[in-house]
Ligand binder design. Structure first.
Ligand code: P6P
Length: 342
């Protein structure tokens, strides 16, 4: 007999979580609903991307030195606007903006949190209709409430995150977020315009057979990474193989698949870019928080991503993230090569 399980919307879920903590102010729940609202607006434009001239370069070059596509700018403005006009956020940092934005109005100055986000990661894939994503990270501010937030509020190590999440604009649109209490996934139901709980209490499988890396840079990677990639290519059935190489050039999509199915995503440093390409504050930290709450691991090849003390908004970090046992096998190769160089 089919049991009609009540489908919880994101709003109902966050309020249900809130009711379990009577002393909670509701600001985090409100912030997550703000992010959900902005995500719905961005989703509408992403779904139309091929139809209107919202595509194409806005002509400007962002701080990353990349062509800015209009959808990046639109997404940035939607998330920044939703947070600025909410009751929970004192300021933001964004991949699209040169510096932190301190909202500095009476409500914002009394808000508890700051948010860092990449409004549209993988936007180079928009024109070819490959999944793209938004990534966000939430910190409790360390500066006193009642005054504008400060740089120190944003430059906290990832282990101080209160929540983190991503939205993936793919075959369906999903919002996945983690607090220390768990990782939950919500799928957008276009018929009611609500994110609905579809993936409760996500756990990352201890192992898997997907490995994600750009093979084009193989000979620029350090020896231990090369050896691990080669080992992935040689896995026998008894070793959980054969492995499948899946790398679609959109990290949110690759990490999301590996989170659900088991796997490892690698963006190592190279000879020309020793710190790799990915940004610590609004790409590596939030995904590392999510994967650890789900039982996986994330490092920069030497230390836990969440323990890195940030120095500035757009700093980069190598990233290795995924299933616990796959990460431990990689770490063994890295350690062997480190000792060999001592
Ligand atoms: P490469 C997209 O630009 C991105 O930041 C990630 O989403 C993606 O995994 C990576 O860069 C792809 O970079 O150098 O392999 O093309």
């Amino acid at each position: 007999m089919m049991v009609n399980r009540k489908i919880l919307t994101l709003d109902e879920f966050t309020i249900q979580q809130l009711r379990q903590f009577p002393t909670a102010t509701g600001e985090l729940s409100s912030l997550l609903r703000d992010m959900g609202l902005a995500a719905k607006r961005v989703n509408v434009e992403v779904n139309k991307a091929g139809l209107v001239d919202i595509l194409g370069d806005a002509g400007s070059i962002n701080i990353q030195g990349e062509d800015v596509k209009k959808l990046d700018v639109y997404a940035n403005n939607q998330f920044m606007g939703a947070l600025k006009h909410g009751i929970s956020c004192a300021g933001i940092g964004s991949e699209e903006l040169d510096d932190f934005v301190i909202f500095d109005d009476e409500v914002s100055n009394n808000s508890k949190y700051v948010v860092l986000f990449d409004p549209l990661d993988g936007s180079g894939n928009i024109d070819v209709n490959i999944s793209i994503g938004t990534i966000f990270s939430v910190y409790r501010r360390v500066s006193p409430k009642g005054s504008p937030c400060t740089r120190e509020d944003f430059l906290q190590p990832g282990n101080r995150q209160v929540a983190a999440g991503y939205i993936i604009y793919g075959s369906s649109t999903m919002l996945v977020y983690a607090t220390k209490r768990g990782v939950n996934g919500f799928t957008l139901d276009p018929s009611i315009g609500e994110f609905c709980l579809s993936h409760p209490n996500i756990q990352c499988p201890e192992s898997g057979n997907f490995y994600s890396v750009n093979h084009g840079y193989f000979f620029q990677y350090q020896k231990g990474v090369q050896q691990y990639i080669t080992a992935c290519q040689k896995k026998t059935k008894s070793e959980g193989g054969p492995y499948t190489q899946r790398y679609i050039g959109s990290m949110v999509a690759d990490v999301h698949r590996n989170l659900l199915k088991g796997g490892i995503f690698m963006y190592p440093g190279t000879d020309s870019k020793p710190n790799g390409k990915l940004r610590l504050l609004y790409e590596c930290n939030p995904l590392a928080f999510i994967i650890e709450v789900a039982g996986g691991k994330a490092t920069n090849g030497e230390q836990r991503i969440l323990d890195i003390q940030p120095q500035q908004l757009h700093q980069r970090s190598p990233l290795f993230i995924g299933s616990k046992l796959m990460m431990e096998e990689l770490e063994n190769y890295l350690m062997q090569n480190k000792e060999a160089h001592v």
